[in-house]
Design a binder for this molecule. Structure first.
Ligand code: PLZ
Length: 458
């Protein structure tokens, strides 16, 4: 779109604006065409790459996926927190189309282009803190995290990286080392990168009753000081709300205390906002909730409405502490991905998606809280904004029940509702709907989830 041209920003657009925002099943799930594709896949696609729900998607719009058998499914996973602006958001589709027709690649490290600069301007404006910032763009979340660690080590001239129990930061060699969970992410994929130290997270449901955020931070910091030494720490890397690890929301005060400790000891505080970022939690970033200002923040997922783009954004003096050529990559900040990001950000602003996430959060929260009161299988309900989950336990205990989470997810899938599980113990069912989902569709999806949870104890 030429600069300055006015156009209404709508939730859905492209060719797919006509897909009705409702659940409608015409075959069993997965249907015959999906099953045939699944058979075909087995002969060429590596078994190590797996799919939660082997329903093959033909098109999508808003919060609805339409599969090759003609079923319409409610998407409460948004491609793992990516489609916050919804599938086929008008501004994303149009800008991607226009950019693809102009040029698809030059390599920013060879001959640059404006879109990359514009995305960095937006990142400077939106990420926490009003200090001067710089950004570097990459292709995936893992790559952003790797680069945040590279930058932190380079500028601090220290090596130790502190991470937390239940953390998830990616699947590359360094980010596997940063990730906590063995199966499926790490098992027999070692050796892992050195100088990574894991300390306890604040996990209110599983911590001693009444433990405050400050106490949980002290527990983590004491471990670092005893086992690593403050002067050796390049950075403390934390998801402000843990994603794959189980939607663990640390107790208030935990993040501010860690960030203060970093500032006092010359370590960088790095927030991995790859899953929480861009309106998901009801603020632009999860750190905003407690006014924590990280030195570096990693983003990806919702940044670019479905195209692969990731970023490290941080204090100018830190980011500019790396010599020219020290960071980069062939595709980092690809122009089509940058166009998608600009379309996505325009949409988030125009539709006030942080407010939408808060509204969605109160609808989901109310519903899940009721469910917890009626079902002994629900141990905990937690989350913030449109990032909410239930942790399932064996009734009457705190023991994680992964089989229950599997059963709930399978029942939702069979009924045409895409939900995801997560958690170190595999017992958490999480909701990450597109932030443009309408209330009727969300309500239908939650009804399906509620029946599936109620069936556990019926
Ligand atoms: N940091 C906080 O959530 C990606 C991964 C799913 P990539 N989460 C989904 C899977 O099984 O691979 C994630 C994240 C946080 C980093 C990442 C990594 O982002 O874009 O998948 O590399």
């Amino acid at each position: 779109m030429p600069a300055g041209e006015e156009r209404d920003v709508t939730a859905t657009g492209g060719d797919e604006a006509a897909i009705a925002q409702q659940r409608r099943l015409v075959t069993e799930i997965p249907g015959p065409r999906s099953r045939a594709l699944e058979e075909r896949r087995r002969t060429t696609v590596a078994a190590g790459v797996s799919s939660t729900l082997p329903v093959y998607v033909e098109r999508a719009s808003g919060a609805v996926l339409v599969d090759v058998d003609g079923n319409s499914l409610i998407d409460l996973g948004a491609g793992i927190a990516v489609l916050s602006v919804g599938h086929a958001a008008g501004e994303v589709v149009e800008r991607v189309r226009a950019q693809a027709a102009r040029f698809t690649h030059t390599c920013f490290m060879v001959t640059p282009y404006e879109g990359y600069v514009e995305v960095c301007e937006e990142l400077a404006a939106l990420t926490p803190g009003s200090h001067e910032k710089r950004s570097a763009l990459f292709n995936s979340g893992a790559e952003a995290v790797e680069n945040a660690v590279k930058i932190a080590r380079h500028v601090t001239r220290r090596q130790a990286v502190v991470v937390f129990d239940h953390a998830y930061h990616g699947r590359t060699n360094l980010t596997m080392a940063l990730t906590a969970k063995n199966m499926p992410y790490k098992d027999r994929f070692g050796p892992f990168a050195p100088e990574v130290y894991r300390v306890p997270m604040s996990y209110p449901f599983r911590d001693p009753a009444g433990m405050t955020g400050a106490e949980a931070a002290a527990r983590a910091i004491d471990t670092v000081e005893a086992q690593v030494g403050a002067g050796n720490v390049a950075c403390v890397l934390v998801e402000p709300i843990q994603g794959e690890g189980g939607f663990v929301v640390p107790a208030p005060g935990f993040l501010p205390a860690l960030s203060r400790w970093c500032a006092e000891h010359g370590a960088l505080f790095v927030a991995d906002e790859i899953q929480t970022g861009f309106a998901r939690t009801g603020d632009w970033f999860a750190c905003d909730h407690e006014e924590v200002v990280p030195d570096l923040v990693t983003t990806a997922k919702a940044l670019a409405g479905g195209l692969p783009l990731a970023a490290v954004t941080g204090r100018a003096e830190v980011m500019d502490g790396v010599h020219p050529g020290g960071i980069g990559g062939t595709y980092g900040g690809n122009p089509v991905a940058c166009a998608a990001a600009l379309g996505s950000i325009v949409t988030m602003r125009a539709l006030d998606l942080p407010a939408a996430a808060r509204r969605i959060g109160s609808v989901i929260g109310e519903r899940l809280t009721k469910l917890a009161a009626s079902s002994a299988a629900v141990g905990d309900v937690r989350g913030r904004g449109a990032m909410q989950a239930v942790e399932l336990v064996r009734p009457g205990t705190g023991d994680p029940d992964a089989a229950a989470a599997k059963r709930v997810a399978a029942a939702c899938h069979a009924a045409g509702v895409v939900v995801l599980t997560c958690g170190t113990f595999g017992n958490v069912v999480r909701l990450l709907p597109p932030l443009v989902i309408d209330e009727a569709l969300l309500g239908d999806g939650l009804d399906v989830l509620a029946s599936a949870v109620e069936a556990l104890t019926a």
